[in-house]
Design a protein around this ligand. Sequence first.
Ligand code: SF4
Length: 380
Amino acid sequence: MSLTESILKFNRDRFADMLTRATERQVRDAINNEKISYRDLLVLLSDKAREALPQLAGRARELTIRRHGKIINFYVPVYLSNECVNNCLYCGFNSSRSIDRTTLDVREIKIEFRSIKKIGFDNVLLLTGEFPKTAGVEYIRQAVGLAKKYFTFVGLEIYPLSVKDYSLLVGEGADGLTVYQETYDYDTYTKMHGAGPKKDYRFRLETPERAAAAGFRKIGLGALLGLSDWKIETAMLALHLEYLQKKYWKTEFSLGFPRLIPPAADFATPHPATDRDLIHMMCALRLFSPEAGFLLSTREKPSLRDNLIDLCVTQISAGSKTSPGGYGARDSGEQFHVFDSRSLAEMVKVVKQKGYDPVIKDWDKNFCGTSRGAERESHG
Ligand code: SF4
């Protein structure tokens, strides 16, 4: 069965039944197993596992340090455009929302890159909405070329493309691609994406695979928490990750855990995930995939971010702006309002206080072929 079929045929009743029937013993075994199976992961999502959350968290912390060391990598998002043809109901850039729209030109992009470099970042994530008319593949290719003059690691969070287009961007120097499925639940996906090219569920689901085939070194996956039941999203995300890790074993995969922030009062989060739900999800997935990088954005409040640093996170953003030109080039509409506005310097201090090493640069092209951590350069 293909990945798409496995996900579309995911049996919710069997899943719910398994969660109900999970025993204390199964939970204990799953927490203590050296390598857990997909079935163990499902056990770890049960209410019985929730009762053992402190033990689960302890194990997640242990595995994270064993696999990744006591380090936190920093990245910063750079929004290049907030123009979009899609109508995702949960997004502030949704085509029907009335906000100040812009796509940065070359001069403005350079202003943004210079300010970000001055702050001290070396790992950037370039973002656009889906608006090929002004932010097409050629525009993104040009932005990647410019970014490579300033930064060692250039990641992209853009609309889904073909292998051929992705190859162009990899050829220009793009290192990573992040594409969140938003929700793995087909019916919810269809409801949330009523118009625009994004309504094609399958094309989006198969995007990480096309990116891996095109040669991106790092690929980020995830679901937007709040659209559907977080336990079902976790189960499907794990299926997706396992499939990709087996097929593209040379590629590094990471998971992001964005929680939905409603763009306006007219949108209510359908299935809110609490802080404990988020922690539960992250810890269960850490046991399932000790090697995956775990990203945390400034969507979360400072106290939770600080606690997750010494639990299972490996990469965080800081001082983020969610509008094109937000670092100095110009004013425009933001995608969402961040909950943690602390600067890079402030976050570096927090990370150090926790006994972790803040990492600004964790890779160099001269080390091509080595794994994460080939060259680590601590900030400050
Ligand atoms: S989530 Fe992305 S594709 Fe959807 S409206 Fe927002 S920017 Fe556009």
